[in-house]
Design a protein around this ligand. Structure first.
Ligand code: NAD
Length: 297
């Protein structure tokens, strides 16, 4: 049993925190939203009234926060985690943030004597609740080894992607590919339909031919072939346009800094930006299909 402080009990963090409790860890939970703290207590966590209460005496800090600025301020701001935990405490951040912010956080942590890993996730809220997330971890070997049993309680696939920031790098490169492949899949289904193939016929052929991809076989944007896909519930998320846009912005920023050409990534960013600015941020990201079919304003 490890003494864990869990910070950030939102859509993702609530299920992850509950799974750490289920695995028998001693978990103190904190969020700025007191209702989220109460809900975590019902799942077996100790409710903390403040960040300092949550982290005092913890061996591991797990965080699941909206963006890089929250991560940097929670850990290193005035009265942050680093001022109230003993050196050697593991900092395990699971938020999706920029590679740059993750590396800045890791070097601040190292300078203050704290091992830190970036461990963003793939899988969404259903996988967070079920404990089947995929974690992509960046950080030193020893820190990864300490983090692994904690991550095992929240996920199914745990990858060590290399040094600090590499977890975030894997996550944003993967999600950029997902955004591009989803748009391509929508275009292919729409073209096939316009040429006289129904969605199921095209799916049966393409899913066993060279066009096959996750966006098609697990999350088909055309209603019908994959019953669990959001396309069958009028594109209710799932993974919302606004979330995909956040990841594409992170990919674009990282590509600029690294001097990598991402022509299709930038195009995907524009397409999701356009949907978001027209008020469709809450639509599932496979809802690009509706736009291609000219069903949106
Ligand atoms: P969310 O907005 O539901 O939850 C974030 C929580 O952090 C909120 O409850 C908020 O009150 C809390 N918070 C913010 N600042 C805080 C602070 N200073 N101290 C304590 N608590 C604070 O977001 P989410 O959907 O749970 O996503 C969390 C992270 O996971 C994001 O980085 C997101 O990109 C990533 N992610 C989300 C999904 C998804 O499907 N929702 C999938 C993969 C990755």
């Amino acid at each position: 049993m490890t003494k864990i402080a869990f910070i950030g009990l939102g859509n993702m963090g609530s299920g992850m925190c509950a799974n750490l409790c289920k695995a028998g860890h001693d978990v103190s939970a904190f969020d700025l939203n007191t209702d989220a703290v109460k809900a975590a207590a019902q799942q077996g966590a100790k409710p903390a009234a403040t960040l300092v209460d949550a982290v005092s005496g913890a061996d591991v800090i797990v965080s699941m926060l909206p963006a890089g600025k929250h991560v940097l301020s929670v850990y290193f701001g005035d009265d942050g985690v680093a001022s109230h935990t003993a050196p050697g405490t593991l900092f395990l951040d699971c938020s999706t943030i920029s590679v740059e912010d993750a590396r800045e956080a890791a070097s601040k942590a190292e300078a203050a004597g704290f091992p830190m890993v970036d461990a963003p996730v793939s899988g969404g809220t259903a996988a967070a609740d079920a404990g089947t997330l995929t974690f992509m971890v960046g950080g030193p070997d020893e820190a990864f080894a300490t983090a692994k049993p904690i991550l095992d309680a929240m996920g199914k696939n745990i990858f060590h992607a290399g040094g600090s920031g590499n977890g975030q790098a894997a996550k944003i490169a993967n999600n950029m590919l997902l955004g591009i492949s989803m748009i391509g899949t929508c275009e292919a289904f729409n073209l096939a339909e316009k040429l006289g193939l129904d969605a199921q016929t095209f799916y049966d052929i393409s899913s066993t031919a060279s066009g096959q991809c996750w966006s098609m076989t697990s999350y088909c944007p055309a209603p019908g072939p994959v019953p669990t896909a959001p396309s069958n519930r009028d594109y209710k998320p799932g993974f919302a346009v606004a979330m995909m846009l956040k990841d594409l912005h992170l990919a674009a920023g990282a590509a600029k800094a690294a001097g990598a050409d991402i022509m299709l990534g930038e195009m995907a960013e524009k397409i999701y930006e356009d949907l978001d600015s027209r008020g469709y941020g809450d639509l599932d990201f496979s809802g690009v299909m509706k736009d291609i079919k000219r069903q949106l304003d």
